[in-house]
Design a binder for this molecule. Structure first.
Ligand code: ADP
Length: 201
């Protein structure tokens, strides 16, 4: 698989919910697997242990992944494997990570270290939170990446390209200062364009 980059590098895939970020990550990872490259895929776990899992798109495609609690878990998994296999050549050639916005700022130095060590790092996640504010470490990753793909979804109100994720609580637009986790509330998300994205203050 020919890469336009000579060595390791950082590819970032961003956009709102339903924009096809997971689909695009799965497409790139599948091509690397077809090329018989050593690939490892990670995603955040909902419980607090790491386990075998899969990245799945809303349309139903999947690729095997390890669900991890945090960046330290990713490090442990990578270095654990390297120590076991006792050779640099057994390190993955491609590392994919989905839902990057849920990891802490310590994901940045890990992604950079992997890219510096020759790994093709593919990161997918939300660029904006439900308030349309930059999400966590994503601005930093976007600035440092060799390649950025910004995807759009379809606005559920007007059908235009959607760049934002609308958070609804009991069917109503969420408030700017609503907590990220609302106990007992019925919460959902829709893709919206700039015009139809609403935040209540
Ligand atoms: P993401 O990872 O960005 O949330 P996925 O790759 O999981 O996106 O899913 C993208 C798929 O979601 C699309 O290919 C389409 O089948 C479906 N979909 C559902 N609602 C929408 C929407 N409003 N706009 C675009 N795609 C949508």
């Amino acid at each position: 698989l020919k890469s336009p980059y000579a060595g390791g590098h950082l590819e970032v895939i961003v956009g709102p919910m339903f924009s096809g970020k997971s689909e695009e990550l799965i497409r790139r990872v599948t091509r690397a697997l077809i090329a018989r490259q050593r690939v490892q895929v990670f995603k955040p776990a909902l419980d607090d242990r790491y386990h075998e899992s899969a990245v799945a798109s809303h349309a139903g495609r999947t690729v095997g992944a390890v669900a991890v609690r945090d960046v330290a878990d990713i490090r442990a998994h990578l270095s654990g494997e390297a120590a076991l296999l006792q050779a640099q050549t057994d390190m993955p050639q491609v590392v994919g990570i989905d839902e990057v916005q849920f990891f802490g700022a310590d994901l940045v130095p890990l992604a950079l270290a992997l890219a510096d060590a020759g790994v093709r790092v593919i990161l997918a996640g939300l660029d904006l939170d439900f308030r349309a504010e930059p999400f966590g470490c994503m601005p930093d990753l976007l600035a440092r990446a060799e390649s950025v793909e910004k995807l759009t979804a379809i606005c559920t109100t007007c059908g235009a390209p959607a760049t934002r994720s609308q958070r609804l609580i009991g069917g109503q637009p969420a408030r700017f200062d609503d907590p990220v986790v609302l106990v007992g509330a019925q919460e959902s998300y829709e893709a919206r364009c700039r015009l139809h994205h609403e935040v209540t203050y």
